[in-house]
Design a protein around this ligand. Structure first.
Ligand code: ADP
Length: 275
């Protein structure tokens, strides 16, 4: 074989390998959520205007914005609870209206932890109830249901609370149990709407550490609506700034270089100072 041919073969091998790696990266970072020109209004109130962005597999996205900026409504559109006035929402590449795999998405709201102390359910029962999403309401529990409950509780550091009454736990512990309930159906995407409301500052830190572990170790994509931008900032990969429209969506490091004047222009004050 001539030297020229050898070089050509070697060159082709490298090019092919690069193509393969690019293809792999494309597959690995496929969009789990895509919004294209989405607008929404309640009756006569315009809430969201021309929203377009993507969330890729493995992202840990914080959605920031003042009260009334449309954060919860945006989550409702992603979950298919609200229908856009115009534009399109896709989940896992499929239109949200025909999307079937609800068990791939775990949702925990800020109200999840508003349990009365007399609520008659144990942690085990609450977490196990999350299995119905995966197996259907009237199907029999799988034989390894107890094992699945323990695994989900371990992932949120709550395995020792299995037999406790949910109503007797602190707000932060209840929120962890609700995340375990979401995790039991093995979601690929976890959506959390201000999950730390009512949790004290020290527990908020460890709560976000737990979310970062789920994102890194179990490769769960996370969307988090939060006001704790400073506390969460070293755990997230992306930030979206919302106020009726998306003013910024990008890497956390690019968010850091946005000036307070710019944020003031979007929000009337800096979100970095919202606590
Ligand atoms: P955020 O989560 O950022 O606080 P929301 O999405 O809850 O904002 O609300 C955005 C706007 O929509 C607010 O002005 C709110 O009053 C209004 N809104 C929210 N829910 C409803 C509803 N069910 N009916 C009418 N208006 C609503």
């Amino acid at each position: 074989m001539s030297l020229q041919k050898k070089w050509k073969d070697l060159y082709l091998q490298i090019v092919n390998r690069n193509d393969y790696q690019l293809e792999r990266r494309e597959i690995m970072t496929k969009p789990l959520i895509e919004l294209q020109n989405v607008s929404f209004q309640y009756e006569h109130t315009k809430v969201l205007h021309n929203i377009s962005f993507r969330v890729s597999e493995g992202d840990f996205l914080a959605i920031l914005g003042p009260n009334g900026s449309g954060k919860s409504t945006l989550l409702k559109l992603i979950l298919g609870i609200a229908k856009p006035l115009s534009g399109e929402v896709k989940l896992f590449g499929e239109s949200v209206s025909s999307f079937q795999h609800r068990e791939w998405i775990g949702y925990v709201s800020q109200k999840s932890n508003a349990f009365n102390s007399a609520f008659p359910a144990t942690v085990e029962e609450v977490v196990k109830s999350g299995l119905t999403k995966k197996i259907g309401l009237f199907k029999r529990m799988p034989k390894n249901a107890n094992e699945l409950v323990v695994d989900a509780l371990k992932a949120v550091g709550m395995e020792e609370y299995l037999d406790r009454n949910i109503g007797k736990l602190s707000g932060g512990q209840q929120q962890r149990v609700f995340i375990a309930r979401a995790l039991i159906s093995e979601p690929k995407l976890l959506i959390l709407d201000e999950p730390t409301v009512g949790i004290d500052h020290e527990n908020v830190q460890s709560f976000y550490d737990m979310l970062a572990r789920l994102n890194k170790e179990q490769q769960i994509t996370i969307i988090l609506v939060t006001h704790d931008v400073d506390t969460v900032s070293n755990r997230i990969s992306h930030v979206a700034c919302l106020n009726q429209t998306i003013h910024f969506h990008g890497y956390k490091k690019d968010f850091d270089s946005i000036s307070d004047e710019q944020l003031n222009g979007w929000y009337g004050h800096s979100v970095r100072k919202i606590h």
